[in-house]
Design a protein around this ligand. Structure first.
Ligand code: SAM
Length: 244
C-alpha cells in the first residue's frame, strides 16, 4: 500500500476525536494545489506531540481543506530521548542536523553560546521548526524534538536539572569512558557538544563540577556535526533495542 501523504496540524488546531478540522496555509496549499488531492482521499495529519490520524478530505476550498477524522492515535511518549546541547556554530549543516534529529528521534536540540562559538544563537527560528516538520512528514516520527536557544553554559547546566543523566562529549584523552547506546536507552539524557572551536577549559570545569559525565566518542576528533550525529545514532539504537 502506498504511504499516505502527511500534513502537520499544530496541536491547538485539533478538535474532538470525531470533529472535522480545517487545514490552512502552506500545508493546505501543498495538499490542494501541489498534490491536487481529490476530495474523498485519505491523508495522515500529525501534531508533532505524539498524536496523528487518518483523515478524509471532505471539502476542498480555495485556501483551506476540510478534513474529517477516520481514526486518531495518541502515541506513547518515547521511553528515551537524547537532547543535544550544541555549542553554536556558523550555519553549516544546522538544517541537516535538524532533519537528522527528527529521523533519529531525538528529544531535542539546544543551541548555546560557547566561548569559541562564532556568534550568538538567535531565538528559535520558524525555519528551524519547519525543517523539523518536513523531516517528520518524510520519516513518520509523531514527536517533534524540542528546540532551545540558550545564551550560555549557565543555562545549559540549568537545563540539565530536567534530565535523568547529563554527559559532556569530551575529545580529551582524559575522557576514558566511551559513550554507549545502553547509557542513552531509557530516560531523558542531555549531552553537551562543543562548537567547532572546541570547549574552553573553564567550560569543561563548570560541567564536570555540575556532575556532567565526561564521555568519549573514540580516538578521532570528530567535526561538530559528526559528533552530534553519532550521539543521535547511539541513542536511537539504544532506545530501539530497549523497546524490542
Ligand atoms: N577540540 C577539537 C579539535 O581539537 O579540533 C575541536 C572540537 S570538535 C570539532 C567539536 C566537539 O565535538 C567537541 O568539543 C566535542 O564536544 C565533540 N567531539 C569531537 N570528537 C570527540 C570525541 N572523539 N570524543 C568526544 N567528543 C568529541
Amino acid at each position: 500500500m502506498s504511504r499516505l501523504n502527511s500534513f502537520y496540524l499544530p496541536p491547538d488546531q485539533w478538535n474532538g476525536p470525531e470533529e472535522s478540522v480545517f487545514l490552512e496555509g502552506p500545508e493546505a496549499r501543498h495538499l490542494l494545489q501541489v498534490l491536487r488531492t481529490p476530495v474523498g482521499s485519505e491523508v495522515r495529519l500529525f501534531d508533532g506531540q505524539g498524536r496523528d490520524g487518518l483523515f478524509e478530505l471532505t471539502e476542498a476550498q480555495r485556501k483551506r481543506a476540510l478534513l474529517t477524522p477516520r481514526r486518531v492515535t495518541h502515541h506513547e511518549p518515547p521511553i528515551a530521548g537524547l537532547t543535544l546541547a550544541l555549542g553554536w556554530n556558523k550555519a553549516t549543516r544546522r538544517g541537516w542536523l535538524l532533519e537528522k534529529s527528527v529521523e533519529l528521534r531525538a528529544g531535542g536540540l539546544a543551541f548555546w553560546r560557547a566561548r569559541f562559538s562564532q556568534g550568538t544563537p538567535p531565538p528559535v527560528k520558524p525555519s528551524w521548526e519547519e525543517k523539523l516538520v518536513q523531516a517528520a512528514k518524510q520519516c513518520g516520527n509523531p514527536w517533534l524534538p524540542s528546540l532551545h536557544s540558550l545564551s550560555g553554559l549557565e543555562q545549559v547546566v540549568r537545563l540539565g536539572a530536567n534530565y535523568d543523566r547529563c554527559f559532556l562529549l569530551w575529545e580529551s584523552t582524559d575522557a576514558q569512558e566511551l559513550l554507549r547506546p545502553s547509557m542513552l536507552a531509557v530516560g531523558r539524557s542531555l549531552a553537551v557538544v562543543g562548537p567547532e572551536g572546541g570547549m574552553a577549559p573553564e567550560e569543561v570545569s563548570i560541567l564536570l563540577n555540575a556532575d556532567f559525565v565526561p564521555v568519549s566518542l573514540g580516538a578521532s576528533i570528530l567535526r561538530w556535526e559528526t559528533a552530534a550525529l553519532h550521539c543521535l545514532s547511539l541513542a536511537h539504537y539504544g532506545s530501539t533495542r530497549a523497546q524490542s
